[in-house]
Design a protein around this ligand. Structure first.
Ligand code: AMP
Length: 432
């Protein structure tokens, strides 16, 4: 069989992890990553296209056409929400992800909440507003609550409100100062849920959902979930909060009704469906949908996944998983893995770049360690920091305890001026 040429869209740690998975495949001859990064360019079989940005939908499609790309995999949400899949499919190119209409599950919180309400999918109670004063009034009567910008806001558009002051600040930020631009034309005000959060991701061809190992992200910047939200400071898999019974319940009460509902409403969903959940004694409730792999939730899955991921990705793009593949199923290595994000001091606020990273070359040669590049740059053979989240140090252990211990050993070797990371990634799993 002719080997495949694959294009990965994106440039962060998640895309480095995607490339790491795809290049293992014996079905693939060459990977391009647009725009990619200096870190991603180090991987074998891989070439980066630094001038071709993830939001250049025309450029990406032209590249894929001219280079006869067999399969495109999209890392970040923005191109999916802008309709990259529709454009590729219109000219017969195979691509992994939902159409623009289906990507509204992430692109519009109003769409997602109203969809869940129509399909009886468990989620926090809510109301939608386009008028700041009405939103404030309702929020005051529903304290504590969350106020969320409707559209994409890089994970920063959901604001917890515990007082009238918080409400005023949230509405000012989202609807009046328009910090997230037109994403703040409407808001969702929703009940404040308590419990433990977990991430549940599935691969789906629109009909069948193949669950991945459950993971847990750490969104706050400081230990013990304190401080502002970030893109994610670390993740681990498997997450013991999701027991086999709970997984069954999530599949039956959330994943299946989501896929059935999207088909019934004329916007069938194929791709990676990420469900962010709050789990408490009332069962699982959906906090958010994402329409792609989580970053950093994908990273700890890399050392745990046994299968070649490419046949699954092809099944998604073809809108049908082959029977043999479903029969074979997805297989995982024993043990657990964690990914700890090493960030620049100051993240998620302003942070300094261009710091020399010491000892990176020492650790990348170590067995069972994967260091994913999120924000680095190679200058004359020297690795330097180039963003807020810099590296995702990912290690597999025979259990979560060992994985945590090993990861922090590795992290203590790598350093740069002002390096910051959370010290408690994975502790929630230990407490169970
Ligand atoms: P979202 O962008 O909607 O996922 O929200 C970002 C983060 O805010 C989530 O990962 C949760 O930690 C928190 N969050 C969102 N909605 C709620 C809610 N209704 N109750 C409690 N926490 C929430």
């Amino acid at each position: 069989m002719k080997k495949l040429k694959v294009l990965v869209v994106g440039e962060g740690g998640r895309e480095d992890a995607l490339v790491a998975l795809i290049r293992r495949s014996s079905l693939v001859s060459q990977i391009w990553c647009a725009p990619g990064s200096d870190g991603i360019a180090q991987r074998t079989k891989t070439a980066c296209l630094p001038k071709l940005k993830a939001d250049d939908l025309w450029g990406l499609r032209n590249f894929a056409k001219e280079n006869r790309i067999d399969l495109t995999v999209v890392g970040p949400e923005a191109p999916l929400v802008s309709g990259i899949v529709d454009g590729f499919e219109a000219v017969g190119l195979k691509i992994v992800g939902p159409t623009k209409a289906a990507a509204q599950l992430e692109g519009s919180k109003v769409f997602a909440k109203e969809f869940m309400s129509r399909q009886n999918i468990p989620t926090a109670g809510f109301r939608v507003f386009d008028d700041p004063n009405r939103a404030k009034k309702y929020a005051r009567d529903s304290l504590p609550c969350f106020i969320k910008a409707d559209g994409l806001a890089a994970g920063k558009g959901a604001l917890p409100c515990r007082s009238e002051e918080d409400i005023t600040t949230a509405i000012e930020k989202i609807m009046i100062a328009k910090e997230f631009k037109e994403s703040g034309n409407m808001v969702v005000v929703e009940d404040y849920l308590v419990g433990e959060e977990a991430t549940f991701m599935v691969l789906t061809d629109g009909w069948t959902a193949i669950p991945l190992l459950s993971t847990q992200d750490h969104k706050s910047v400081f230990n013990n979930d304190q401080g502002p939200n970030t893109g994610g400071m670390g993740a681990y898999a498997r997450a013991p909060v999701i027991t086999p019974d709970l997984e069954k319940e999530i599949m039956e009460t959330i994943v299946k009704p989501t896929l059935d509902g999207m088909r019934k409403e004329g916007t069938p969903y194929k791709g990676i469906l990420y469900v962010g959940l709050m789990i408490n004694k009332d069962g699982p409730k959906v906090l958010e949908y994402n329409v792609r792999f989580g970053d950093p939730e994908l990273q700890p899955l890399v050392p745990l996944l046994q299968n070649d991921i490419v046949p699954f990705l092809l099944g998604i793009a073809n809108e049908k998983f082959p029977e043999e593949l479903l029969k074979e199923g997805i297989k995982w290595n024993e043990g657990a893995a964690i990914c700890v994000i090493m960030a620049s001091g100051g993240y998620p606020g302003e942070c300094e770049k261009n710091k020399v990273i010491d000892n990176l070359d020492r650790v990348v040669r170590m067995k069972s360690v994967e260091v994913f590049h999120a924000g680095t740059r190679l200058e004359n053979g020297v690795w330097k920091t180039n963003g807020g989240r810099v590296l995702g140090v990912t290690v597999k252990g025979k259990n979560i305890e060992e994985a945590i211990w090993l990861t922090y050993q590795i992290i203590s070797i790598i350093s740069w001026d002002g390096v910051y990371y959370r010290k408690d990634i994975g502790q929630k799993a230990l407490r169970r």
